[in-house]
Design a protein around this ligand. Structure first.
Ligand SMILES: [Zn+2]
Length: 194
């Protein structure tokens, strides 16, 4: 419902009627149609009494800036001998519309001595990690700690999702066994996250 006399802001959806042109001029992010003024975006509507205008301020999500200590979820997109490249898809509990890249070094992957990054994670795996350094353009990740590591992985032979079994991962389809740095959160990745 239009509330043209409201001094403050009120939330509106695209297509929501804000006022009529007899009362106000259509301002930013509004459109006039048949004498009525509608919002074109999701945002906060308000009245500029001085200009006799109704306008909407779009509600845009603030971009996420990762900091050391943040917990992130990402997909492994590259694995070298001593390093993995992770496309971060979730940070600060929020899905990212524009994923960014982080790096996981083998020394920060586990408290065990890992000979190869292939024993930590593989391409296509999903990992839960902590940001330990965000000073550079490539944030540095760690999977040290029980809750960190691979949270979803797929069989290298047949592509089926692997199931944790006695400290390693097991393929229910072909019986393949694979090694990863497994998170205590394995299997908790939300649906639709990839
Ligand atoms: Zn398999």
């Amino acid at each position: 419902m239009p509330r043209p006399k409201t001094p403050g802001e009120w939330p509106v959806l695209p297509g929501e009627k804000l006022a009529v042109v007899e009362e106000f001029y259509p301002g930013p992010w509004t459109i006039e149609e048949g004498g009525d003024i509608y919002s074109t975006v999701t945002g906060l509507a308000s009245i500029d009494q001085g200009r006799r205008m109704v306008l909407v301020k779009p509600l845009t999500r603030t971009p996420i800036v990762v900091e050391a200590g943040d917990v992130v979820i990402g997909k492994v997109t590259g694995v070298q001998d001593k390093m993995a490249i992770v496309s971060i898809i979730e940070a600060k509990g929020r899905r990212l519309s524009n994923p960014f890249t982080g790096a996981l070094n083998i020394a920060e992957s586990s408290t065990r001595y890992e000979r190869s990054m292939m024993d930590v994670c593989r391409i296509g795996d999903f990992v839960k990690a902590k940001v330990i350094n965000a000073k550079n353009r490539l944030p540095i990740l760690s999977t040290i700690g029980r809750e960190f590591g691979v949270i979803k992985a797929f069989c290298s032979k047949c592509g089926r999702e692997l199931i944790p079994k006695s400290g390693s991962l097991h393929c229910p389809n072909c019986g393949n066994r694979e090694i990863r740095k497994i998170s205590s959160d394995y299997g908790t990745l939300r649906r639709g996250a990839h």
